[in-house]
Design a protein around this ligand. Structure first.
Ligand code: BG6
Length: 467
């Protein structure tokens, strides 16, 4: 954990992410002793006082903590919570920060967390500047970082007027998932896989993150965001960066972002013809949604990384709300053998190509599927598989949730799993053709796998899900 006690200023403190992940995450980090002292100052539009904020936090912990919270743990946590409504202004925030610092022993560190939609990010930064709270601090920014290339460039420029890049931690919680970091271990800690990790052996890659979740209470955020900005330009592309990058010279932050950014630079602009946008039937009737909304709740697309390793290998990405299953997989399909001596009808190839699949579910799971002989006379083939699940080992110990892990890293100043201004601007740049010319949204039935045209998009291949 970090060396110094932390004062956390949490913008968007009463919002969905704060309730679901940030307050529970901070609670766990504090009560399990990862942080040597902490004060949390909630900030939001809600005109409430500190006691009312504590009540909000308590409800959130009761609902979203994975373990039970004891009365002592709660009262200890309640004492470190404070609240400043936005309407109270910069002066009140500064006061609250000074009070919090004074209540902690010795040297402290200041951490701002902007858990707010893109339009609210700059006003929050201005408030921090006005309060004189921008020096010797760190700031965690939530995605999406802007809504397109122009707004992301402005956001970064404004941020850089107030903060050094070193102070800014752009969080992408998918990179905090154990399984995402395991991609690096799997690729670079073994001699077996890296030699085949290229266009000579790999036919195509799928990054597939269907969700069963609907909007919940997030229609305000989601209507203005949609599946592409919410999931693809952030999480899915970052995972693609880990999958596709060259071996970094070391695991330090700079070499890793350098290699990821090279992948992003090699990506071809997203062609709207290679994109299926969908909206689940009934979305327009949800509370807070425009009855003629064109916001996509589903997106599937093909993208290409035009470099020596990957030229000609399509990467298919898919994600959406209210789909048939909740899954987060990366699946690598290998090329067919150059010649098949197995007779027609033996079953070879009948169940698709052989695959390596990573499951990004929190504990990490992998499987390798391949053809093998079925016992019995003749040569009949079937798809077999080898599986590894972290859950079945005794290695789990104290698992940190993705957010917990990343908040701790930021508090320690470790930027390895955070994204950079350059990488993000490049990802918006490859998005320009799609954002300027989005194909119309197609309806899909809740509980399905998306609009029918997803099959054309991936043909002659097939989606790996459902298993
Ligand atoms: C968030 C998106 O960043 O990621 C949500 O805003 C999405 O819409 C969530 O549901 C998925 O994260 P996870 O960790 O549950 O896979």
């Amino acid at each position: 954990g970090p060396k110094y006690p932390q004062v956390v200023v949490l913008f968007g403190a009463t919002g969905d992410l704060s309730k679901r992940k940030l307050l529970p995450g901070l609670f766990h980090l504090v009560s399990a002793g990862f942080i040597p002292g902490c004060r949390i100052i909630g900030v939001s539009l809600d005109d409430i006082d500190a006691d009312a904020f504590r009540a909000v936090a308590r409800d959130a912990l009761n609902q979203f903590l994975s373990r039970r919270m004891s009365e002592e743990d709660w009262s200890a946590f309640a004492q470190i919570l404070d609240y400043v409504p936005l309407s109270a202004g910069a002066g009140a925030l500064k006061e609250a920060v000074r009070r919090a610092e004074a209540s902690l022993a010795g040297e402290t560190r200041l951490m701002h967390y902007l858990s707010v939609p893109p339009a609210a990010a700059l006003p929050a930064v201005r408030m921090l500047a006005e309060a004189g709270l921008t020096e010797h601090c760190r700031i965690i920014m939530e995605k999406p970082f802007g809504t397109d290339l122009a707004s992301a460039t402005v956001l970064n420029a404004r941020l850089h007027e107030v903060f050094d890049e070193e102070q800014i931690f752009r969080i992408d919680h998918f990179l905090g998932k154990e399984a995402a970091q395991n991609i690096l271990a799997f690729r670079f800690a073994n001699g077996l896989f890296e030699p085949i990790w290229n266009r000579n052996f790999i036919d195509h890659v799928q990054i597939d993150v269907p969700e069963t979740l609907g909007l919940g209470k997030r229609s305000g955020f989601y209507e203005a965001t949609g599946a592409y900005r919410d999931m693809v330009v952030t999480h899915l592309f970052q995972i693609l960066g880990f999958m596709a990058m060259e071996p970094p010279t070391s695991l330090e932050p700079a070499p890793i972002s350098e290699e990821k950014n090279k992948v992003f630079r090699s990506m071809l602009p997203i062609d709207p013809k290679d994109v299926v946008r969908g909206q689940y039937a009934g979305y327009r009737e949800e509370e807070g949604v425009d009855p003629i909304s064109e916001t996509e709740t589903f997106i599937a697309l093909k993208c290409q990384i035009d470099n020596w390793r990957w030229a000609g290998v399509p990467f298919y990405l898919r994600t959406g709300k209210r789909l048939a299953e909740g899954q987060r997989i990366i699946s690598i399909a290998f090329r067919e053998p150059p010649k098949s001596m197995f007779p027609a009808g033996s079953g070879v190839g009948a169940q698709g190509p052989d695959h390596l699949t990573f499951d990004l579910a929190d504990a990490s799971k992998m499987s390798l599927s391949f053809y093998g002989k079925r016992p019995g006379p003749g040569m009949r083939l079937d798809k077999l598989s080898m599986q590894f699940a972290m859950r079945d080992t005794d290695m789990l110990g104290e698992v940190l949730e993705a957010y917990e892990r990343l908040i701790l890293d930021a508090m320690r100043g470790d930027r390895t799993l955070f994204t950079t201004a350059e990488g993000i601007e490049r990802l918006w740049q490859v998005s320009v053709p799609l954002i300027e010319n989005p194909p119309p949204v197609r309806l899909y039935a809740p509980g399905s796998w998306g609009p029918k045209s997803i099959h054309q998009l991936i043909a002659p291949h097939a989606w790996r899900l459902p298993f």
